[in-house]
Design a protein around this ligand. Structure first.
Ligand SMILES: C[S@@+](CC[C@H](N)C(=O)[O-])C[C@H]1O[C@@H](n2cnc3c(N)ncnc32)[C@H](O)[C@@H]1O
Length: 456
């Protein structure tokens, strides 16, 4: 590995630094260690535009899209940038801010909604007017139907359920879909904060003081939180979240009117041209640049993390959560009858997959199927990328059954097989990469991310 030296911090432009990275890599053929936080300290202020409009697991470090998008080496103004795993739209927003058009895909309907709202200019005076009446209207509802959220009483105090249902009724009466979506996102960002779920863990896990030393700090804190939750003014909480988000939305007026952002598809494996037309297909060679952070193999449970939000918003019925999970690459739930030894055609991965299969069939199947589905998604991205276009992937390795699963190497091997040229590889430490938890006893915490830069 080539270590980042002070020189790297002194380059006068992103383009010059890119030229240096390409040259350095062509000589050493070794990944270059870099700290994007040191390189772009001005980006360390985390509340930038609408990025914090809603929480989400494993959001991309904003510095990375900022560096690659404010860089004429990889794209120019008005070009179209694709993020096939767009999550909450970090890349889409940074692309628009850099004067590029953006299109994205994601399997999670909550992520798609957040990504759309995050990049949507709205009239903030009108947003304020709506907010002023929305909460009064919500309070006036006498009787509301409680939505079909699984284990509702386990997750929410009854009084909170009533207040949430009233707010939702008021939001549902809003006539304009774009403004309604904004308030749905604010509502969704409220859900976990008013629930008994531990705010430090991505998937819902109920706060339990008894897991800590009696009368210790943590025990007392959780006890207090549980008492506070039972008498919480949810209208007030919702009002605060909305007010903060209205301020964030206001900043989007800096985005040029010449560019747009659209979430166009729900599956990176089959990129549709429009989310509303399942039979449409994004045109071959229509995308100037791709920048994405795909899911890791078995690392984040995106659908389970969003389950309370998805149910409250009616984005999916309880019984459909499973089928939604089945569409997510990197999922971990398989039936025993599904488990089989997988060959991916990626030499370096197949050797490891057969070792893993003898150790633990389920884990071998999870990571094997992950690679098969990632191959389909990569094929699709490469299909839509213009010749000469750059394909930039941010990904991490992890451990499976105590063995390193070298995802970046497997994806690199496959993309090169498809004829793309590797320009350089960077490694950055993940220090605050949002809510990464110990996932199971054989997997390690992902601590470094790789940035792989290819040219078609
Ligand atoms: C690492 S996250 C992306 C986070 C995003 N960069 C952000 O900052 O919010 C990976 C995303 O891939 C999505 N995903 C999983 N399977 C998918 C598929 N088949 N098609 C599209 N997206 C998928 C997950 O729902 C998740 O949002």
């Amino acid at each position: 590995m080539v270590f980042m030296n002070k020189k790297l911090l002194e380059y006068e432009s992103n383009e010059k630094l890119t030229e240096y990275l390409i040259k350095e890599y062509s000589v050493s053929n070794a990944p270059i260690s870099i700290s994007f936080r040191d390189l772009l300290p001005q980006m360390n202020k985390s509340d930038r535009y609408t990025h914090l409009i809603h929480s989400y697991p494993a959001k991309l470090l904003v510095h990375i899209p900022y560096f690659f998008l404010n860089n004429f080496y990889f794209s120019k103004e008005r070009d179209t940038v694709l993020d096939p795993f767009c999550g909450t739209g970090t890349v889409l927003l940074e692309a628009n801010l850099a004067g590029r058009n953006a299109v994205g895909a994601d399997a999670n309907p909550l992520a798609r909604k957040i990504a759309s709202v995050k990049t949507q200019k709205l009239d903030n005076k009108y947003l304020e007017e709506i907010l002023a009446t929305l909460i009064c209207q919500a309070k006036q509802f006498q009787k509301v139907d409680l939505p079909n959220v699984r284990n509702r009483d386990f997750w929410f105090p009854f009084n909170t359920q009533i207040q949430l249902a009233k707010i939702l009724c008021a939001i549902n009466e809003l006539p304009d879909d774009k403004y309604k979506a904004f308030y749905e996102v604010c509502f969704s960002n409220c859900i976990k904060k008013v629930s008994y779920a531990d705010p430090r863990i991505a998937v819902p896990v109920k706060l339990n003081p008894d897991r800590f030393e009696k009368e210790g700090d943590r025990y007392k804190k959780i006890k207090k939180r549980l008492i506070d939750l039972d008498s919480l003014d949810v209208f007030e909480k919702f009002n605060t979240i909305c007010s903060e988000n209205i301020i964030r939305i206001k900043n989007l007026f800096e985005i040029s009117d010449n560019v747009s952002s659209h979430v166009i598809s729900e599956d990176a494996k089959v990129l549709t041209a429009s989310i509303n037309d399942k039979s449409s297909r994004l045109k071959d060679k229509s995308i100037d640049m791709i920048l994405t952070s795909p899911p890791y193999a078995g690392a984040q449970k995106y659908i389970r993390s969003s389950s309370l939000n998805l149910s409250w918003l009616g984005l999916t019925a309880n019984e459909d959560l499973k089928s939604l999970d089945k569409k997510s690459i990197g999922r971990e739930n398989y039936l025993l009858s599904e488990l089989k030894e997988i060959k991916t055609g990626i030499e370096s991965a197949d050797e490891l997959l057969s070792v893993l299969f003898n150790k633990n069939k389920l884990r071998a199947h999870i990571v094997g199927n992950y690679l098969l589905e990632m191959k389909e998604a990569l094929d699709e991205s490469i299909r839509v990328l213009k010749s000469g276009g750059y394909f930039i992937i941010v990904i991490g390795n992890n451990k499976v059954c105590d063995i390193e699963f070298n995802t970046q190497e497997y994806l690199t091997e496959y993309i090169q097989q498809k004829g793309l040229k590797l320009q350089f590889k960077l490694i950055d430490d993940i220090k605050s990469y949002g809510l990464m938890t110990k996932r199971n006893k054989t997997a390690d915490i992902i601590s470094r991310e790789w940035i792989l830069v290819f040219k078609k």
